[in-house]
Write a protein that binds this ligand. Structure first.
Ligand SMILES: [Mn+2]
Length: 419
């Protein structure tokens, strides 16, 4: 068997980062370059392990961009196999996602398990409905499971029998949109190695997505990282895509770094400076000491306790200085505080906590978990403005107040999504 494939994830098409059309184009370019590479190398298939799109309700130009790029793979006869990530699932109430649309229109093969009363099913690809749990290309079988958030390990457990039943001589790839615990940059319920190792006998290659950083585990679990910097925290992370060659039973793995727009990040403590003009001078000195690539994104984080009013510091002026140095997208963050601001913020949180505590105290059934309850509400309140997914909310509830003794009825979470 001689097969070659590309494995990408977290392409995030349609992301108009910092409100910039250039960034929208960057995400498209990054994807287009991988497609060029795939066509030049004449690979046998192309995997997208979730988050092709940046959001569920994409706009027309994103659809035009996506189909224009995917069409090139189609015309080159390279099948694309994909799963949905947390960013591109269907909106609640909608039966179909834009990923379903791409699948129905023949651009991709969208895979997922089918959740039925009797359990989790892996159905073969159905050309008429353009859906299925797995697809076969030559001696390779590709199985796909979409993002299930905190229930991923449960779904994996339930699909184990199906994986066992399918196991034969074919090289088996399992696509998942899930992070592994020790590679996650934040404390969110990821998969443990022991959970994946339970299916080791049935799977030869786990094609992960979700975490925007490249990692490989045990020679069989692979995460490419996103193609572009999705936020400034990711600057400096290794990212890219995999070019995999299957030669007989040997795996030749090549991780290729994606080209990204240069992204500079500088912290500057301005706490000791007494006037706005002193700060401007300090910024200019910093910029003179740096090599600033043309057309870059520059994030300048100013921090410290200000000795004058915040409004005296003109962010637009600082941004202008950055633009003069060739920066395309200047980002100036004022993480400064004055003494009075700090006190107000602390006081507000204290007041909120005590009000919540009084409210919860009225319900005697929560008396034993009073503090956990209050902390959970505070956590929820913090993430709600960021438009969290149902799974993210569930995971806060699970960590906060549901704990282990509570048995979560996972079926309930899927009940409204069955179709
Ligand atoms: Mn992502």
């Amino acid at each position: 068997m001689n097969m070659e494939f590309i494995h990408v994830a977290d392409v995030h098409l349609g992301y108009e980062q910092y409100g910039s059309h250039e960034r929208f184009l960057d995400f498209g370019d990054a994807f287009n370059k991988v497609v060029n590479y795939a066509i030049e190398n004449n690979v046998d298939f192309f995997l997208i392990s979730g988050d092709l799109f940046n959001k569920r309700n994409i706009n027309p130009k994103t659809l035009i961009q996506a189909t224009a790029i995917l069409r090139r793979l189609k015309e080159s006869g390279i099948p694309v196999i994909a799963i949905e990530g947390n960013h591109d699932r269907a909106l609640y109430g909608d039966k179909l996602s834009w990923m379903n649309y791409l699948s129905k229109e023949g651009y991709i093969h969208l895979l997922n398990v089918k959740i039925e009363e009797s359990g989790v099913k892996l159905n073969p690809w159905n050309e008429r409905s353009r859906s299925g749990g797995y697809v076969e290309i030559g001696d390779v079988r590709i199985i796909g499971i979409r993002y299930y958030g905190a229930s991923t390990s449960k779904v994996l457990e339930m699909v184990e029998d199906e994986l066992r039943a399918l196991r034969d001589g074919k090289f088996t790839i399992l696509m998942l949109h899930a992070g592994m615990e020790r590679y996650m940059p934040y404390a969110e319920g990821g998969l443990g190695y022991d959970q994946l190792s339970k299916i080791r006998n049935f799977v030869d290659y786990v094609a992960l997505g979700h975490i925007h950083k490249h990692y490989e585990v045990g020679g069989w679990i692979f995460n490419p990282g996103s193609l572009e910097n999705w936020n400034s925290q990711e600057v400096g992370w290794r990212k890219g895509f995999f070019h995999i060659k299957l030669k007989n039973d040997a795996l030749e793995v090549k991780h290729i770094e994606s080209e990204r727009r240069p992204f500079l990040k500088e912290d500057l403590d301005i706490g000791a400076l007494k006037t706005p003009s002193e700060i401007m001078e300090r910024i200019k000195t910093l910029l003179n000491s740096l090599e600033i690539p043309n057309g870059c994104i520059f994030e300048l984080n100013l921090k410290g306790s200000l000795l004058f009013d915040r409004s005296e510091l003109r962010v637009e002026e600082i941004e202008e200085i950055l633009k003069e140095r060739g920066v395309l997208i200047p980002r100036v963050n004022l993480n400064v505080e004055t003494n009075s601001m700090r006190e107000v913020a602390e006081k507000r949180e204290d007041v909120e906590r005590s009000v919540l505590r009084e409210l919860v105290r009225r319900y005697s059934q929560y008396s034993e978990i009073l503090e956990d309850f209050v902390s959970t509400i505070m956590s929820l309140r913090r993430i709600i403005p960021e438009d969290p997914s149902a799974e993210e909310i569930l995971s806060i509830l699970e960590r906060g107040i549901w704990k282990e003794e509570e048995i979560w009825d996972w079926r309930r979470a899927f009940a409204d999504k069955k179709n």
